[in-house]
Design a protein around this ligand. Structure first.
Ligand code: CU
Ligand code: CU
Length: 369
């Protein structure tokens, strides 16, 4: 858009010089002014049209240093919360790979592999043009930190891990490579496109690492922010667990994962957690949800009962706009920003409208009570 306007502006300038001493002088001057106003008031809300893309980044480095006290650092939040965007060109973020017993449903403790001790991992939120300077330590052998795993009476596995940011445009062989327990990888990437992007561990078997919990969401806001104003924002990550019992706890059932037959399907890592504790809203409010289906295998059909998705931005990019949707269909590694109004007081369940998934835990509620 800006390019077209700029061309017109140049054209008008040329015309003006042509007609400088002629009778059309005023006409050309006025059109030139109008175009200039249009050009400088035009916001490119979202995409960069390849003008300011940052491709690639310096080579990743791998270091060995003592385990730090914190497993995360930087402007992060745990879904459904979304963090604020720091006002800086570069954002420093650290999320360590850990092994944790994670309560997926009441009394169901799963031997999860995590980013930052959480399934899903923390929500990262940046703006187009910002550079994320990222680091991650593989703490799978950290005997002090991973206490819950040791209490289960088994030695800690020495497991390689990695991280792959769908929001980045960098050489995956370099940045997304696996590191060994005790190692720390450092690399950076710059946010080129606005959207809601997945991150995940990319160490083979990728299915195993994702199904074990190494998944999460990155929100990249357009440079000038979103075109709408909302009263509340929530992050929803949908994932599947495939489980079998081992002693008192649950572990991955790889065969079930390959058959795509989940035990639980959850919003933000815990089955049905927002049914007894609904997300808050008020009547008349406009709500924005960042919905990311991390799979690893199955699609979702996200639906809010009692209202209509007023705006849906596929993959979270405002240029991919749909309106008046009853649900949005998202395959694995697909996302959307959905906005809707709470029409009156009440409790509005949100579900994966593939109801087998809803019954396996992909069901929650947003309520004015
Ligand atoms: Cu991993
Ligand atoms: Cu991926």
């Amino acid at each position: 858009m800006k390019k077209i306007l700029f061309t017109l502006l140049l054209h008008a300038t040329a015309c003006m010089w042509h007609g400088f001493f002629g009778k059309h002088f005023m006409k050309y001057t006025l059109s030139l002014l109008a175009l200039a106003v249009l050009l400088f008031s035009c916001k490119d809300n979202g995409n960069n049209n390849n003008d300011n893309m940052v491709y690639g980044a310096p080579k990743a480095t791998v270091t060995k240093e003592p385990f730090s006290k914190e497993v995360i650092k930087g402007p992060l939040a745990f879904a459904p919360a979304v963090p604020a965007i720091p006002d800086a060109d570069t954002v420093d973020i650290k999320m360590d790979a850990t092994h944790k017993l994670y309560e997926v449903s009441r009394g169901v403790f799963y031997k999860a592999w995590t980013f930052g001790d959480s399934v899903p991992g923390p929500v990262i939120r940046v703006r187009v043009g910002q550079t994320v300077r990222f680091s991650m330590t593989d703490r799978s052998n950290d005997t002090l930190h991973n206490v819950s795993m040791q209490m289960n009476g088994q030695p800690l596995p020495n497991m390689q891990h990695s991280i792959d940011f769908h929001a980045g445009m960098v050489n995956p062989e370099d940045k997304y490579r696996s590191i060994f327990p005790g190692e720390t990888i450092h690399f950076e990437w710059t946010a080129n496109y606005p959207g809601v992007f997945m991150y995940h561990c990319a160490t083979p078997s990728v299915l195993v690492h994702m199904a074990n919990g190494m998944i999460g969401m990155v929100i990249v806001e357009p440079k000038d922010g979103y075109p709408t104003k909302v009263d509340r924002e929530y992050a929803i990550v949908q994932n599947e667990y495939y489980m079998k019992k081992q002693g008192d706890v649950y572990v991955l059932d790889t065969a079930a994962a390959k058959l795509k037959q989940p035990t639980y399907v959850t919003f933000n890592g815990k089955a049905g957690q927002y049914v007894p504790r609904p997300l808050k809203a008020k009547a008349g409010e406009r709500i924005r949800m960042y919905v990311m289906n991390v799979g690893p295998n199955n699609p979702t059909n996200f639906h809010v009962i009692g209202t209509i998705l007023d705006k849906v931005w596929l993959d979270g990019n405002p240029k991919n706009e749909l309106v008046g949707m009853q649900s949005v269909y998202l395959g694995p590694a697909s996302s959307a920003i959905v906005e809707f109004v709470i029409p009156e007081n009440g409790t509005y369940p949100f579900v994966d409208h593939s109801f087998a998934n809803a019954e396996m835990g992909a069901s929650g509620a947003i309520s004015t009570e």
